[in-house]
Design a protein around this ligand. Structure first.
Ligand code: ATP
Ligand code: MG
Length: 349
């Protein structure tokens, strides 16, 4: 078991800086998820921690020891890659147990570790096949099994579920969470899927352009996004944003007229999640007229595109409630559900 400490970590490819002054302390046993859009540097950072990429600057400590210059084999890590590389000439069984055999573990010990891992991943029936005789999703599960069978200090996962169908992804998410509960190995999990991040993470590190945009528990980031980027990235359906210029302490656009946060001037972006928009059939105190543009059925909920004066926004309502295009109704923004941001800096107000 181990802590992981990133102190001022940097990575440059030539003059292109892809990881910038990255500072993060990961506690022993903690499950941290690096979340962010494609190209933000998640895999690069994970590969730096694994020892597969040189570190341009800063210090990396695992278990309190500086490991910047240590080989991957000396870092006590097991990694599942985005592009799993299985040995084509070995059977599934050999692929999974290879590292343990090389480390000189006894046959009995290996068999004892193998059984629960292949069972939890549904691989028992494929043990004697070669990787080329498996589907992409099955191959990915072999790659996960290969890491799970070890007992490393730190588990590193790079989008291990990206090639799987939704049902299998949900199943394996639960397996990974269960594995973490049993082994308690410190884990870093990279994904651009916010659902995976929200369900697995003790703490999410939201990344953008090689930097930490925000870190916190899933609840903290969801309920108090620190920036416009964090607000727009976390939460499905996406948060609505409405921009205003503050006039006499009010946010006005001809239709909307809301109080501005105290002492704030300039450009303000108001954020509200679709589920928080109140949709009313009749006029009410503080309610504003709106028109239904489009209505999407999403199973449990209905996602409704509304126009409200010059603004367009989405509301999520229970699916049982029927609306029709062109329908006139009223909406209201509960004040406790509003998020205010400085439009120019993107920071939460
Ligand atoms: N070997 C390389 N040489 C030059 N640039 C690279 C190299 N590897 C990655 N990059 C760049 O570094 C940035 C970060 O890439 P990285 O693979 O870490 O992104 P990511 O967050 O894992 O994205 P994805 O979600 O698509 O996997 C990208 O802009 C990428 O183009
Ligand atoms: Mg990646």
């Amino acid at each position: 078991m181990a802590t992981v400490e990133c102190s001022g970590l940097r990575k440059c490819y030539g003059s292109h800086e892809v990881i910038r002054d990255f500072n993060l302390s990961i506690a022993d046993h903690e499950f941290v998820v690096f979340l962010g859009p494609s190209g933000c540097g998640k895999s690069t950072l994970l590969r730096m921690i694994a020892g597969l990429e040189d570190i341009t600057g800063g210090d990396l400590l695992i278990g309190g020891t500086r490991v910047n210059d240590n080989d991957p084999g000396e870092r006590g890590i097991a990694m599942v890659f985005q592009n799993y590389a299985l040995y084509p000439h070995m059977s599934v069984r050999q692929n999974i147990t290879f590292a343990l055999e090389r480390a000189g573990d006894s046959k009995e010990r290996i068999a004892k570790r193998l059984a629960p891992v292949v069972e939890s991943l549904g691989l028992d029936v494929y043990l004697d096949r070669k990787p080329t005789e498996l589907s992409g999703g099955q191959q990915q599960r072999v790659a996960i099994a290969r890491a799970m069978i070890k007992t490393p200090e730190v588990f590193l996962f790079d989008e291990p579920l990206s090639n799987l169908d939704a049902k299998l992804r949900g199943h394996l998410r639960v397996e990974i969470a269960r594995l973490h509960k049993t082994l308690k190995s410190t884990s870093i999990y990279v994904t651009h899927d916010q659902l995976e991040a929200m369900t697995l993470a003790d703490r999410i590190v939201l990344m953008y352009q090689g930097r930490i945009e925000q870190m916190g528990t899933p609840e903290e980031i969801y309920s108090r996004p620190a920036t416009l980027f964090a607000a727009g990235f976390i939460g499905t359906p996406n948060m609505n944003f409405i921009t205003f210029t503050v006039q006499e302490g009010r946010l006005r656009d001809g239709t909307l007229d809301l109080p501005a946060p105290e002492g704030v001037t300039g450009h303000v972006t108001l954020g509200i999640r679709p589920g928080a928009v109140e949709v009313l059939d009749a006029p009410a105190h503080d309610a504003i007229p709106a028109v239904v543009e489009r209505d999407e059925f999403h199973g449990e909920t209905r996602l409704v595109a509304l126009t409200c004066g010059v603004q367009g926004l989405m509301a999520a309502i229970p699916a049982a409630r029927k609306l029709h295009e062109g329908q006139n109704l009223f909406i209201r923004f509960p004040s406790q559900s509003l998020h205010y941001f400085n439009t120019d800096t993107g920071r939460r107000l």
